[in-house]
Design a protein around this ligand. Structure first.
Ligand code: HEM
Length: 95
């Protein structure tokens, strides 16, 4: 996908693509932490030795809202751009 100056990608699509890429990176550690704290509470795989269950629950609870916000900020623009790419919805033609 062209993101250089002078290509015909619209300003909106450019901003949406930036949103997809910027939100993808914090999502990665956040998701891993969410899974980790979940499995600590579950007591599976001996992860309870690394962190106690009570702290895991505190962290796990704190992670919900940022995770939901980032998942939406990442996937909604990604889906919108994909639908445009596949021709299911129209491209906006502004340069
Ligand atoms: C929570 C799970 C997810 C994580 C951790 C994640 C992480 C990432 C990361 C790190 C990138 C690379 C960003 C870059 O190029 O700088 C990326 C790109 C991308 N992600 Fe995700 N992602 C997740 C879920 C999703 C979902 C559910 C969708 C679709 C609905 C999606 C669609 C995309 C697309 C289309 C790109 C490529 C954007 C581009 O460069 O053209 N991702 N993701």
């Amino acid at each position: 996908m062209c993101i250089r100056k002078g290509c015909n990608m619209s300003k909106l699509n450019f901003i949406l693509l930036k949103a997809v890429r910027w939100s993808g990176w914090p999502l990665l550690p956040l998701l891993l932490l969410f899974l980790f704290t979940g499995y600590v509470m579950d007591g599976r795989y001996g992860l309870g030795k690394i962190l106690d269950e009570k702290s895991a629950l505190t962290f796990h609870r704190m992670l919900h809202i940022p995770l939901i916000i980032l998942v939406l900020a990442h996937s909604l623009p990604a889906v919108y751009l994909a639908l445009q790419r596949w021709g299911w919805i129209k491209h906006r033609d502004e340069p």
